[in-house]
Write a protein of this length. Structure first.
Length: 726
């Protein structure tokens, strides 16, 4: 901060008034915030998406009037996206769940009675106890997403069930996690450790930077492009990122592996790989060299529909700028069912270009560790794990496996679901299978802030308060160094909603599991963590963030060597673990099914102002983007007689039809694809803004291909067609 006389006087007077810590205050003033002495400014972190950006709430007379980005927080550096600014819209959304409810009708009828917390929690505890007595503890399953996940995890594990699963693995990052762990012994983290600001070349495979609005990463991306980085975008659609690219490669969907194998071939054949790095840090290079000989640019042209000379040119751009190159590992990786091997190609490209641990590539993770508070051990499950067939599916579970077990009762029955913070019917592919599983349940409990589709199918609805009204776990941030951030209430919980930790603790007490929640308040638990870490709780509470002394070097040097937790202790181009488990140790290309005449592949993505189904009812964001559109290539639309802005209905090969949706006629998409933004077309009548607004892409995703290595669901294998409206 430039400490002008005016700012010094402002800072002195406001600090004397005791509004907030001078660190946070001075940082806000430096970014132009006009501090109001009649307001209170409270830091926390956001959950309008899952980037966990730092937020400072301006509170006047007990009401949040403005949200600012916390300049001290590494995940956003003082900036908020549209979603972050719209946190107030969630807090004051009139559709919020306001009190506990117990169903009084058939599942899905939407008939509920208001219940007290005692009545609702006692009902759930009695039902869970009955299920445990009749079927065993494994008959309860837990699904979650976001910060609430950690609160109920001790409950379900203490109850005795190993059956928990999070869509963040099987429907999002699972294949990437598996691929990078197989190759490097660790994933690239979340946020991903991509050094975009220092890249000379950035290659994106279906990664929609600028549309997903992952805050700090978008800032780094903009800085890298501004610094002159060459951008290569591989995408069937001309995305926002493609608009900044020197090379847009409108690839035939499913052929990404073919392109990368051809790139690897050229890099090796022309000596454009980092030979010293490969020799020092990798194993299996000779196997790789032999395996890619057949994958020439000419061969790849036939598979990708990208000219061979352009394939060669872009490979050379990568090779000549090594190691300051970022082949972005992506995030949502559940595409076609062969996704671990596709992501392995990206990991291998990064390795032979020498980018892991190098400027402009993928920087090293912090070696600093924070110990966890002690907790009572969980009982051993007496029944087998459901995910043994998927060798790389571990910590986060596989949602579709739990669903299938619930549908079939094999290898044993699952009769109860506890769902927290996730809208499964709009997340898992094939809604019919999800509904079949739900209809097999004796108990469905939903913990959420809003009446989303899945919550309104529950037998018991437990209203969690919004992130601006609650404590959650301290966020451990590993950007370029180690930091922690606090989530704390900025206002008191509204209506009869409760904090997630309180709901979990009270339910655990009724189930005789109180020992897993050995704290009075969650603030006490945060204080205990701070003591364990020798961190000042008062500083954390005042500033929102504490940065630990940075003793790490984010790049490889002679005195800062990387550690690879693989069987060979090196980067495994040739994966010994995959070979041992009966899979191809090196990626091979296999073509996928293509749509026939009159059918089009459904691809989907994000809007910069929405997060899945979670924000489409938010009035502040709804005003910016009320409904999604279906992108149709101009020539295709002309042939069909479809005009821009015309409403149409979509139908998939299983006869599933969408709500009406506007056609966006554009040259920015391949003729064999349709594209939609995910998260629209809600079926919950309680969401006045979102109800049947736009079309639900998930409803059209009735087919999926399961990756045999990690169990994730490839969802871009669905073909749809247009039914014109009169």
């Amino acid at each position: 901060m430039k400490l002008t006389r005016r700012n010094f006087i402002k800072l002195s007077s406001i600090t004397a008034a005791g509004i907030m810590s001078s660190n946070l205050l001075s940082s806000l003033i430096a970014q132009g915030v006009d501090i109001d002495k009649n307001a209170t400014y409270i830091p926390t972190y956001c959950e309008m998406c899952f980037w966990q950006c730092g937020v400072v709430a301006k509170v006047v007379d007990g009401k949040v009037v403005t949200l600012y980005g916390n300049p001290l927080h590494p995940n956003n550096r003082g900036k908020l996206c549209a979603k972050g600014n719209a946190g107030i819209g969630l807090l004051y959304d009139p559709a919020r769940l306001k009190y506990p409810m117990i169903s009084t009708g058939k599942r899905g009828e939407g008939k509920y009675k208001k219940a007290s917390w005692d009545e609702a929690l006692n009902f759930v505890a009695e039902k869970m106890t009955k299920i445990k007595s009749q079927y065993g503890p494994e008959a309860m399953a837990y699904f979650a997403h976001g910060s609430v996940t950690g609160h109920f995890f001790p409950l379900i594990r203490g109850f005795g069930s190993p059956n928990y699963a999070f869509p963040s693995f099987a429907q999002c990052r699972g294949a990437r996690i598996a691929a990078f762990e197989l190759t490097y012994g660790e994933d690239v983290g979340s946020p991903e450790r991509v050094d975009l600001a220092n890249s000379k070349v950035i290659a994106l495979f279906g990664t929609h930077l600028g549309e997903n609005m992952h805050n700090s990463q978008v800032q780094d991306f903009a800085e890298g492009v501004g610094n002159g980085a060459t951008l290569i975008v591989v995408d069937p659609r001309f995305s926002t990122a493609a608009g900044k690219a020197k090379y847009w490669l409108p690839i035939k969907p499913g052929a990404d592996t073919a392109l990368m194998l051809a790139w690897i071939n050229i890099l090796i054949k022309e000596g454009l790989y980092d030979s010293e790095y490969v020799s020092r840090y990798t194993v299996g290079f000779d196997n790789l060299k032999s395996s890619v000989k057949e994958y020439t640019p000419e061969w790849a042209e036939k598979e990708t529909e990208i000219p061979a000379d352009l394939i060669a040119e872009t490979a050379r751009v990568l090779g000549r700028n090594r190691p300051n190159v970022c082949v972005h590992p992506g995030r949502h990786s559940a595409w076609h069912g062969n996704d671990v091997q596709r992501e392995r190609c990206q990991a291998i490209l990064a390795a032979i270009l020498g980018t892991w641990g190098r400027p402009g590539g993928l920087y090293l993770t912090s070696k600093a560790q924070l110990a966890g508070l002690p907790r009572k051990d969980f009982p051993e499950s007496k029944k087998p794990s459901l995910i043994e067939k998927y060798p790389t599916a571990q910590a986060e579970g596989v949602t579709n496996v739990v669903r299938e077990t619930t549908r079939t009762g094999k290898p044993y029955p699952i009769k109860g679901w506890l769902i927290a913070g996730t809208n499964l019917t709009r997340t898992l592919p094939n809604e019919k299978e999800t509904m079949e599983a739900i209809n097999n349940l004796d108990l469905l409990v939903a913990v959420d802030v809003m009446p989303y589709d899945t919550a309104m199918l529950a037998d018991v609805v437990l209203p969690e308060c919004s992130y601006l009204e609650r404590h959650d776990n301290v966020a451990v941030l590993r950007d370029r160094s180690l930091s922690i951030a606090i989530r704390q209430p900025v206002v008191k919980p509204m209506y009869e909603s409760k904090e997630g930790w309180w709901i979990a603790k009270e339910l655990a007490r009724r189930l005789g599991l109180g020992d897993y929640y050995d704290f009075n308040t969650f603030e006490d638990r945060i204080k205990d963590s701070c003591k364990l870490w020798s961190a000042s709780y008062s500083d954390l509470k005042a500033n929102g963030v504490i940065h630990f002394p940075n003793t790490d070097n984010m790049y490889i040097t002679e005195t800062n060597q990387p550690v690879f937790n693989t069987p060979s202790k090196k980067i495994e181009l040739f994966s010994s673990e995959l070979k041992e488990k009966g899979f191809d140790p090196l990626p091979k290309y296999a073509a996928i099914e293509q749509p026939g005449e009159g059918w089009f592949r459904l691809i989907y993505g994000r809007s910069p102002v929405h997060t899945f189904t979670r924000t489409t009812n938010n009035e502040r964001l709804w005003e910016l983007f009320k409904e999604n559109e279906v992108w149709i290539n101009t020539k295709v639309a002309a042939k069909m007689g479809i005009s821009h802005g015309q409403y149409v209905t979509l139908e998939n090969r299983d006869g599933v039809k969408s709500n009406r949706i506007k056609a966006k006629v554009t040259e920015r998409i391949r003729p064999d694809c349709f594209y939609m933004v995910h998260g629209f077309g809600s079926g919950s009548k309680s969401l006045e803004n979102a109800y049947k607004r736009g079309a639900d892409d998930e409803g059209l995703i009735s087919k999926y291909a399961v990756d045999p290595i990690c169990g994730s669901t490839g969802m871009r294998i669905n073909f749809i067609r247009v039914i014109k409206e009169a």
